[in-house]
Design a protein around this ligand. Structure first.
Ligand code: RB5
Length: 150
């Protein structure tokens, strides 16, 4: 898989470990930084990674900030992106099976390296179930395109 990754300054340490993991797993990584502890604004990084996912230049994206929340909010503004923070095995798995999550958001402040390794492996290998979940994901896309029901 082609995977775009990015973090703000609060996620640098975890992103470095994440890139090592993705390399070990044989994934094709495109790393958009940031590379120092100097403060950057998470929406700037989220936008770059989200646009790569939206344009299908990459298959998935992974974003890291302090909580994972700011990256998630920003990434979801880009059409076609389904981003959410995952903190445990179940959310990592169901985010794929039910929501076809294409951008995984992680917390650099809260999550340990071992847990992140496990979450990412689960998230990468779990397939979207389709069926009734596809109908729901399509309704999200309709909302995005201004064709919601209300
Ligand atoms: C940066 O200080 C912090 O706000 C950011 O990393 C993230 O946690 C935002 O949601």
């Amino acid at each position: 898989m082609r995977i775009a990754v990015g973090s703000d300054h609060r996620g640098v340490h975890l992103r470095v470990k994440l890139v090592e993991l993705l390399d070990r797993l044989g994934q094709q990584v495109i790393d958009f930084g940031t590379d120092s502890q100097e403060s950057v604004d998470y929406p700037d990084v989220a936008e770059v990674v989200a646009r790569k996912v939206s344009s299908k230049e990459v298959d998935r994206g992974i974003l890291i900030c302090g909580t994972g929340l700011g990256m998630c909010i920003a990434a979801n503004k880009v059409p076609g992106v389904r981003a959410a923070p995952c903190h445990d095995d179940l959310t990592a798995e169901l985010s794929r099976r039910h929501n076809d999550l294409n951008v995984l958001c992680l917390s650099g402040d809260i999550l340990g390296e071992k847990l992140v390794d496990r979450l990412v492996e689960i998230w990468l290998k779990t397939e979207f179930e389709g069926g009734r979940h596809l109908r729901r994901v399509e309704k999200i896309a309709a909302l995005e395109n201004g064709n919601g029901k209300a």
